[in-house]
Design a protein around this ligand. Structure first.
Ligand code: SAM
Length: 263
């Protein structure tokens, strides 16, 4: 694959609202900086054992990480004793995740797959599917969101759970708060800020200390919309947490985490 050095949004970056775009957004330079952006140690202490506890409470053993990215959750879950398979639609991300895991003494079981056609490449059933780090936001069309959720549903065992998180876009869309920080992008050396927000686009700018700047064009998911889509594809129950708490903090949470149960 040819290595790209610059992101390219063309003449009108705000017009780029396409579910395929993630493939080009995560170019080598950005992926290399991603770990700086998410800061593994800071993230581990912010999240605590939330996901591990939720998975253990349900007796989950086999987990499919569908948005592996650079491998943070895959590695954390392997180290906690889960049997993990790591999927992602970006080969650049998967290569980085493999390298990160190897440095920590693990060989990742990777699958290159786009969520919309997940079951063409994933031929097993899982106790849990995780889609974390505000990844689902990369799908710009509703038909793609429905398709992806249906594919996640299909790869779960009859009593499986989908754990999917998202940035609190309601707060951004309603101009209630401008989140100044969040639990994921906790590296000190990067600023993540919304550059443009409307009903179908949240364009974020990521500025690094060395002057490098990258963008992501994302779809601003409303919390109740995601809950509704999950129910419509067949999930029986959806519980939503704010910043890893069952009862939201007094201030608006930065992130929502949905736990969607199949049975
Ligand atoms: N979960 C990781 C984390 O928390 O650090 C990565 C998050 S990153 C924001 C989003 C990931 O989702 C990227 O690795 C990207 O390649 C992947 N992704 C986006 N759209 C996808 C799709 N349609 N199919 C498969 N992977 C996709």
């Amino acid at each position: 694959m040819q290595s790209q050095t610059r992101q390219d949004y063309g003449d009108d970056p705000l017009a780029v609202r396409d579910s395929e775009k993630y493939q080009e957004e995560y170019i080598d330079g950005f992926v290399d900086k991603w770990d700086e952006l998410i800061d593994w140690d800071g993230r581990a202490s912010a999240e605590g054992h939330f996901f591990i506890e939720k998975l253990r409470e349900r007796g989950a053993k086999k987990v499919l990480d569908v948005a592996t990215g650079t491998g943070f959750h895959s590695v954390q879950l392997i180290e906690a004793g889960f049997e993990v398979t790591s999927a992602d639609g970006s080969p650049v991300m998967l290569a980085k995740a493999f390298e990160n895991a190897r440095k920590r003494g693990h060989i990742l079981r990777t699958i290159h797959a786009d969520w919309r056609w997940l079951n063409q490449s994933v031929h097993d059933l899982y106790d849990a599917v995780i889609c974390l780090g505000n990844s689902f936001t990369h799908l710009h069309e509703e038909v793609d969101r429905r398709k992806a959720l249906a594919e996640f549903y299909a790869t779960l065992k009859h009593d499986g759970v989908l754990i999917l998180d998202q940035r609190n876009y309601d707060a951004l869309l309603d101009h209630e708060v401008q989140p100044t920080h969040n639990y994921y992008y906790c590296g000190d050396s990067v600023r993540a800020e919304p550059e443009h927000v409307d009903d179908s686009l949240a364009r974020f700018k990521y500025s690094f200390q060395d002057g490098a700047v990258y963008h992501l064009n994302m779809f601003p998911l409303r919390k109740t919309y995601v809950q509704r889509l999950m129910k419509e594809v067949g999930f029986q129950r959806v519980d939503t947490y704010g910043d890893f708490q069952e009862t939201y903090r007094e201030t608006e949470p930065d992130f929502f985490i949905h736990l969607a149960e199949k049975a």
